[in-house]
Design a protein around this ligand. Sequence first.
Ligand code: MLT
Ligand code: ZN
Length: 464
Amino acid sequence: MTDPVLIEELKTLVEPGKVLTDAESLAAYGKDWTKHFAPAPSAIVFPKTVEQVQAIVRWANTHKVALVPSGGRTGLSAAAVAANGEVVVSFDNMNQILDFNATDRTVVCQPGVVTAQLQQFAEDKGLYYPVDFASAGSSQIGGNIGTNAGGIKVIRYGMTRNWVAGMKVVTGKGDLLELNKDLIKNATGYDLRQLFIGAEGTLGFVVEATMRLERQPTNLTAMVLGTPDFDSIMPVLHAFQDKLDLTAFEFFSDKCLDKILGRGDVPAPFETRAPFYALLEFEATTEERADQALATFEHCVNEGWVIDGVMSQSEQQLQNLWKLREYISETISHWTPYKNDISVTVSKVPAFLADIDAIVSQNYPDFEVLWYGHIGDGNLHLNILKPEALSKDEFFEKCASVNKWVFETVEKYNGSISAEHGVGMTKRDYLEYSRSAAEIEYMKAVKAAFDPNGIMNPGKIFAV
Ligand code: MLT
Ligand code: ZN
């Protein structure tokens, strides 16, 4: 734990009342949405200005105190967990939209701006912020950048990385850097902005970000299609991609639907039950587009790839269909799931999934296994639910023993052990399945350049 005398010194760097040490705050701010590690921070500090962030980082360097950045704490890899007496730096009080440029279509955000706040701001300006996911109501821009958040629209719009025009960061040494200056074209050597995106706060803190906006989509329309088996999902994707520019292509298994319907507040998409469901979305800009979607649906039925389906006819129906997919994560959190967030290139998905499915059914015969994810971009979420009779520790231990085979398969297919949730602490011991030893050495050297004292979110991405 950090020396109480140092915490008193920390208090002088920020406004009165902006350092908390009560048990409730420590428990709340010391963790994200993962349940693997018990939170144990020393204090929570709430800076309001860039200068205060710099002062905190310099103080931490002087006294060798570890800092953990904290945003909406919706992360799923324990990257924002403080389990070892660290000081948590919360960006809750740096939550303002500072500027908007209609010509450049950019918004300058403080790191604590909530994703939904930016989405709403864009909408009010007749524009669109396209990075979207179920936790958009609480996740913050700084955290999205730290994990290079993806979500449900990546197939069309890409990850958070694509939407960061420029950033101000405070490095682990306390220097303030302005990265890329919001330029579209800038060929002046290393793009340090991209290094900080997805760095999980291990190089420094994002203290301001200029985010790009896009034109608003027109008449978004969703279809949910039931498929007779997993192998039918990819031909459905290709059939629709041939005809339409999709804004999303997601999938979930019937077990996921069971859990969603069990909530009692989401209507079933149609009466027929199917082993898997695809949820796709497109802009029905003209009647011909909608007709094309229906014709493609019929083609898929004739080919035997789809057994039933529905297309949204209103905004309400669109939202109800999305709930089938977006509510899965929150709904199953009740069963303390062991989460996997793996990806391969789209062409490898069918063979990869067959291999993983065989491993899972062989090794988890007694566990409930749920599949869902962003299959249109190759990202699959494999969730194992904890049986009530097992303790959390026993359950996670059993799951970890199967990880080896799952990740060996990921490696075999040249995939990623973490497509969008980040490495944090839950995946750090498996990094070598996705990154070569030489690459990891270079990554560590990059960290050492920005954070020579190792005070920035230590133990995340790599062990200390
Ligand atoms: C999702 O796709 O729903 C999110 O990544 C959260 C999760 O995987 O549970
Ligand atoms: Zn996801």
